[in-house]
Design a protein around this ligand. Structure first.
Ligand code: KIV
Ligand code: NA
Length: 278
């Protein structure tokens, strides 16, 4: 299986072939995502919430993103991997933005980056694109600006806001973005933007009429502390429950001495201990 490319994703839009993207943050999640056949993996800065336990994505650093991207790349060598530029790493000089983006590519080994924002980041998008760094844009609800926005509000609800988001999307396409994530915008606006752009739209909480969808791994498989129901998420597995049940049984079996048994023990004549971490 060959990894997707930006050209392939664009072709998928043209041929009406929906694009599936899931986030992943480490070796096991990326192995599973690749085995499931996703078109791309996003190493999202949502790792701040779902892996690192922060309340937002704002504390996530460029070093965090590089560290996690490297482990994802080791697992998913046949999948297109996109990594978020975290908070405030693309708002200084273009020179600094390029250096930060370059670190994601050279140290993290991602194939593309993602940035949040509209026309105000178009210079950064153009600079990266011209340097050979593919950029996925992200508009609508942009979690790095959560304190500016003032909460997880649906975006583009009045016509002025909707018009601004459409113009942002067009400007980002002009600047060279290869795709744009639409987060928490109305279904109608997402459909309209999708029609107006030649690059794919990737929705999350944006309804069924985008060119593709993205979900956060932990939300999709029911793994982690955030069990609050989000209307736009569908939970495809109950991984957390399975793991909790397994671990509970493990604790019980240690306590009542049903694990380990003779089958798990070594005898004098045994030599190889099986796989240890060496
Ligand atoms: O960080 C992330 O997971 C994201 C997606 C929700 C688009 O940006
Ligand atoms: Na993100």
């Amino acid at each position: 299986r060959k990894a997707a490319t930006t050209a392939k994703l664009k072709r998928m839009k043209e041929t009406g072939n929906p694009i599936s993207i899931i986030t992943a943050y480490d070796y096991p999640s990326a192995l599973l995502a690749e085995e499931a056949g996703v078109d791309a993996i996003l190493v999202g800065d949502s790792l701040g919430n779902v892996v690192l336990g922060y309340e937002s994505t704002i504390p996530v650093t460029l070093d965090d993103m590089i560290y996690h991207t490297r482990s994802v790349v080791r697992a998913a060598q046949h999948t297109f991997i996109i990594t978020d530029l975290p908070f405030m790493t693309y708002h200084g000089s273009l020179d600094q933005t390029l250096r930060n983006a370059a670190r994601i590519m050279q140290e993290g080994l991602a194939k593309a980056i993602k940035m949040e924002g509209g026309r105000e980041i178009c210079d950064a998008v153009a600079a990266c694109t011209q340097a050979g760094i593919p950029v996925m844009a992200h508009i609508g609800l942009t979690p790095q600006s959560i304190h500016q926005i003032g909460g997880y509000k649906i975006q583009g609800k009045n016509s002025a806001q909707a018009q601004r988001l459409l113009e942002d999307a067009k400007a980002l396409e002009q600047a060279g973005a290869f795709a744009v994530v639409l987060e928490l915008v109305t279904e109608q606006l997402a459909a309209h933007i999708t029609e107006q752009l030649s690059i794919p739209t990737i929705g999350i909480g944006a309804g069924p009429r985008c060119d593709g969808q993205v979900l956060v791994f932990h939300d999709a498989v029911g793994y982690g502390s955030d069990t609050a129901p989000k209307k736009f998420v569908k939970t495809y597995a109950e991984a957390g429950n399975m793991i909790r049940n397994g671990l509970t049984q493990y604790v019980q079996e240690v306590k009542n001495r049903t694990f380990p048994t003779q089958d798990h023990a070594f005898r004098m004549e045994d030599e190889v201990a099986g796989f240890l971490y060496g």
